[in-house]
Every structure is written in structure tokens, then in C-alpha cells.
Design a protein around this ligand. Structure first.
Ligand SMILES: Cc1cc2nc3c(=O)[nH]c(=O)nc-3n(C[C@H](O)[C@H](O)[C@H](O)COP(=O)(O)OP(=O)(O)OC[C@H]3O[C@@H](n4cnc5c(N)ncnc54)[C@H](O)[C@@H]3O)c2cc1C
Length: 484
């Protein structure tokens, strides 16, 4: 498939620029969470900074989000809520949960810098209430500040690292993304940075040595040539709303019913860097949330695939469940519960089939004959003793499923069951946001952060990592770009 966009995306030689319409030391493209922190990082480093935002105001997908920020290693908030954590436990968890094979240097930098980054967020005006919310997963409906968001306290992670909740939610009821962005944008507006909105960046401008020295952008039909004396930082989000890119790189994601992101998540920044030789990675990776909870009690049911077999511990993070169903179970799964557990989920999903026995239920669903009864027999036999020796679900959720049974249809083809997704792949960057060329060197003058890059969550995910790594590595990229 070819890119049918009309505007050229290839780099413009600086020789073709008659004069700059605007100029600054550092030009930041995109004013979501990563961009706002890149601006602040560059300003702190003493640079004159210009932020360019395609929309009428900053915010981006960050403002649409739940606002959970993945932080740990013993933040004051974790301590105030009575949880012990260390950078080492956080590192062990993330190396296991955000892989396979996440970028070790990024995960290390992220974990080691997490407590200081929390303090930085507080200092610039992002408040957190020291209260723990016990239901894991979604952002709390309350203004409580701390919640489990990645299955840290469930198998297999509870055996790899000491569990601790790490999703820090700014003090705001329900989704806190807009609130977080209001605070970050207030800090940007209070800084010396200049902000230009309704300006969509289209291409990079390069010097004779392939150094990035500016961008070409469009405002109200007019092209602007904008110079960057020290560096350009791309913080323009991911590509979930670019159908061609999604189809090409991650066709299974194209099957998901709910693509999360703002309209400018079109991958333009990734492609304009690629046109200069930038390397990309993990372009098939995506967060895939299938919210089977709340209510939490449903994890006492069992998840089975199209062969009627269990494939995961049901008490893990629902994003892990979603990725498993979509990428490794052919997009087919069913949640089996008995009458005592049954409840319509908060997302509005009820049972599609009900039967007196497992054999009848399997037949109704269309599973291979006898498969569901065999799975349930084995599960119930051990559950009677409170154990799950096959997938190690935690004891409080393990008990036999008895009497009439119901099955929730979790197939990706079921429009009533939403699969919420956004892309995780993007530009290859160093811990300082330098964009890597396909030949392995850094592209001079070009930096990136946030979902324009492949970050801490290389493939696996925990809620809060996008705002976490976008803000932390956004700051670092801004600072590095500001260095003369
Ligand atoms: C409903 C929902 C809930 C979520 N909940 C969470 C959560 O709780 N925690 C978490 O970590 N993540 C969450 N996410 C994901 C997270 O919000 C995003 O991955 C993250 O905000 C991306 O941040 P960013 O700064 O990279 O991009 P954005 O916030 O999207 O910022 C990019 C900015 O760049 C601008 N832009 C794009 N192209 C151009 C261009 N060519 N020129 C100029 N400007 C441009 C955009 O308009 C935008 O303002 C959620 C997402 C959604 C939709």
C-alpha cells in the first residue's frame, strides 16, 4: 500500500529555505504530555524554546486519558499509602511485563529516575492524594492517588518482584488526563517558551551534513519554515488513526473496535523521521485493553479460548489479557462464570450463552465437543482445595464453578465487547531522546519522546507507562536537545 498523502514528507534541504519565518534554539513538535515536558526540560536547560501544536490547543491524547502515571521505586505517595517499593523491584517487574526484551537502558533509567520525576511533577503543580484505591486496572472514580495497574500482585510477576502499586493518579475524580494536561500546560505557559497552535508540522529541514535544522509546518494553508538552532524534538503521538500504517504494521490491531487517540495520531512525525533514515521498532506492538472488570469478582470465572482451554490467570491486568487474546489466541476467548458470579460488566457486557452444564454450554458456544467440560473438571478439582496449579490464579479468586453457567463473548469480532487499543511502536531513541538512524548512529539535531517513539513498554504494557515514559523521557529529550 502506498502513502496517498499529498504533501511531501521527505526532508527539505536548508538550501531551499530563503529565510526562517520563526526560529528558536529548540523546536518541540506536539504539545501533549511528552511535548509539554520536553518544553520544560529544554527551558530548564536554558534554551529558547518554540512549541508547535497542530490542534487549537495543547493536550493531545494525553488530555483524553485516564491520567495514570506509572512511577515507583519508593515515591512519597507509595510510602504514605504504606507500600514498600524499590527501583530494583520496579525494574524487575518492567523487564518482565513490558517485553519481551524491552530496552534495558530505558527501563533502568526510568526506574532509577522515577522518584525524582514524581517530585518534579509535584513541584510543577501536579498534586497526588495519598490514598490507595483497592480495585486494580481502571483509573479510580475517586481522587485517590495510587492503584495497581499492571498485574504486579498476580502471577507471574508476584514471583519475580515484590509487588507494589505504581499507577499514580493526579488528584482528580474519574479520568485525570485533562487535569494533568491543564497543570503541565500551565507550567509551559508560565515558562519562557513560545507556543504556536494550529500549526501542523509536515517535514524536517536538514543541513548539508544531514543535521536537522528546522521544520516545515502549515498554518491556515500557508507554509512556514521554522529554524531550530540546536534541535527538533518530535512529540507528536502515535499512529493508531493511520489506517494504512496500522494495516501494514499491526493488522490485528485493525480488528479492534476502539482505537484510542486524537485525530493527529496519524504517524506523520514517525514517517517524516523515517524519510530521513530514522529506524523504527516494535511497530506491531499495541496496548489492547479488554475490560472484563469491574466488577473484580468476575476474575473468579475462567477464561477459555476457541479450543475450550484456559490460557492465562484471570486475575492479571486486563491489558495483558487483551494482548493475549488478540495476538496469541486468534482473537477468540470466552469468560465462563456460574450464577453466583454473574453480573453485567461496567463496560455493559453480559452473558451471551447460558446452560445447565459445561457440556451444554460448550455446545452452545461451538467449542470442540467435551473440551469445556474437561477444562472445568480439571479447574474445579483443584479449586475445591483453593489451588490453581496450572495458571496460578491467586487463592481468593479460586473456587469451583457450579450449577448453571454463563459465557461472556470476548471475541474481537463481537461488537458489544470493546477492544481499546493504541500503538506502542515508533522511532528508536536513546535514553536522551536522540533518534537513531538505520545505520546505528544518532541523527544530529533530531530528538523524540512519547508515543512517537518505542518506549519502556516495548510490547507488554501496564496502565500509566505512556504518560510515565512520555513525561520522563520528554524532559530528558528536551534537555538533551538544548545542549549546544
Ligand atoms: C481514553 C484513554 C485513556 C488512556 N489512559 C492512559 C493512562 O491512564 N495512562 C497512560 O499512561 N496512558 C493512557 N492512555 C494513553 C496515553 O494517553 C497516550 O499514549 C499518551 O498520552 C501519549 O502522549 P504523547 O505526548 O506521546 O502524545 P499526545 O498526548 O497525543 O500529544 C501529541 C500532540 O502532538 C500534536 N501533533 C500531532 N501531529 C502533529 C504535527 N504534525 N504537528 C504539530 N503537532 C502535532 C497532537 O495534536 C497532540 O497535541 C490513554 C489513552 C486514551 C485515549
Amino acid at each position: 500500500m502506498l502513502d496517498r498523502e499529498q504533501d511531501s514528507i521527505g526532508p527539505l534541504p536548508v538550501a531551499a529555505v530563503a529565510g526562517w519565518d520563526l526560529e528558536a534554539d529548540v523546536v518541540v513538535v506536539g504539545l501533549g504530555a511528552a511535548g509539554a515536558c520536553a518544553v520544560l526540560g529544554a527551558v530548564e536547560a536554558g534554551a529558547e524554546v518554540l512549541a508547535l501544536e497542530a490542534a487549537g490547543a495543547g493536550g493531545g491524547t494525553s488530555a483524553m486519558s485516564g491520567g495514570l502515571i506509572y512511577l515507583g521505586g519508593g515515591t512519597p505517595l507509595q510510602k504514605a499509602c504504606g507500600f514498600e517499593d524499590s527501583a530494583e523491584d520496579m525494574f524487575r517487574f518492567l523487564m518482565a511485563a513490558s517485553g519481551p526484551d524491552p530496552d534495558r537502558a530505558k527501563v533502568r533509567t526510568y526506574c532509577d529516575g522515577s522518584v525524582a520525576h514524581y517530585q518534579w511533577l509535584v513541584d510543577i503543580g501536579v498534586p497526588f492524594k495519598p490514598a490507595f484505591f483497592p480495585e486494580p486496572g481502571l483509573e479510580p472514580p475517586t481522587d485517590d492517588g495510587l492503584v495497581y495497574s499492571g498485574g504486579e500482585d498476580a502471577f507471574p510477576f508476584d514471583r519475580l518482584a515484590r509487588p507494589a502499586p505504581r499507577a499514580h493518579k493526579p488528584q482528580h475524580r474519574h479520568a485525570a488526563g485533562r487535569f494533568l494536561m491543564d497543570r503541565l500546560l500551565a507550567a509551559v505557559e508560565g515558562s519562557a517558551a513560545r507556543i504556536e497552535t494550529d500549526v501542523r508540522v509536515l517535514r524536517l529541514v536538514v543541513g548539508p551534513d544531514d543535521r536537522v535544522v528546522g521544520v516545515v509546518a502549515r498554518r491556515a494553508g500557508r507554509d512556514l519554515q521554522i529554524g531550530a538552532r540546536r534541535g527538533v524534538v518530535l512529540c507528536a503521538g502515535g499512529f493508531v488513526h493511520n489506517d494504512e500504517m496500522v494495516q501494514r504494521h499491526s493488522p490485528l490491531v485493525a480488528r479492534c473496535s476502539l482505537r484510542l487517540g486524537n485525530d493527529f495520531d496519524d504517524g506523520r512525525a514517525i514517517r517524516m523521521a523515517q524519510a530521513l533514515g530514522a529506524a523504527v521498532t516494535r511497530m506491531d506492538a499495541a496496548e489492547v485493553a479488554v475490560p472484563i472488570t469491574p466488577p473484580r469478582k468476575l476474575v473468579a470465572g475462567i477464561l477459555v479460548n476457541g479450543q475450550g482451554q484456559r490460557f492465562i490467570n484471570e486475575d492479571t491486568y486486563y491489558g495483558r489479557v487483551g494482548q493475549e487474546i488478540l495476538f496469541r489466541q486468534g482473537g477468540e476467548a470466552y469468560l465462563i462464570v456460574d450464577e453466583s458470579l454473574y453480573e453485567v460488566t461496567r463496560a455493559g457486557l453480559g452473558a451471551s450463552w447460558v446452560a445447565e452444564t459445561a457440556a451444554e454450554l460448550g455446545t452452545e458456544i461451538g467449542l470442540p465437543p467435551g473440551s469445556l467440560s474437561a477444562t472445568l473438571d480439571l479447574y474445579n478439582r483443584h479449586a475445591a482445595d483453593g489451588h490453581d496449579p496450572v495458571f496460578h490464579k491467586a487463592a481468593p479468586f479460586v473456587r469451583p464453578l457450579e450449577g448453571p453457567l454463563g459465557a461472556y463473548d470476548l471475541r474481537v469480532t463481537n461488537p458489544a465487547c470493546f477492544y481499546a487499543t493504541f500503538t506502542l511502536g515508533g522511532l528508536v531513541t536513546s535514553v536522551d531522546g536522540e533518534v537513531g538512524h538505520v545505520d546505528g548512529r544518532a541523527i544530529p539535531g533530531l530528538f523524540a519522546a512519547g508515543r512517537t517513539t518505542s518506549g519502556v513498554a516495548a510490547s507488554g504494557y501496564a496502565s500509566g507507562i505512556s504518560l510515565g515514559d512520555g513525561t520522563l523521557f520528554g524532559r530528558r529529550a528536551g534537555r538533551a536537545a538544548a545542549s549546544p
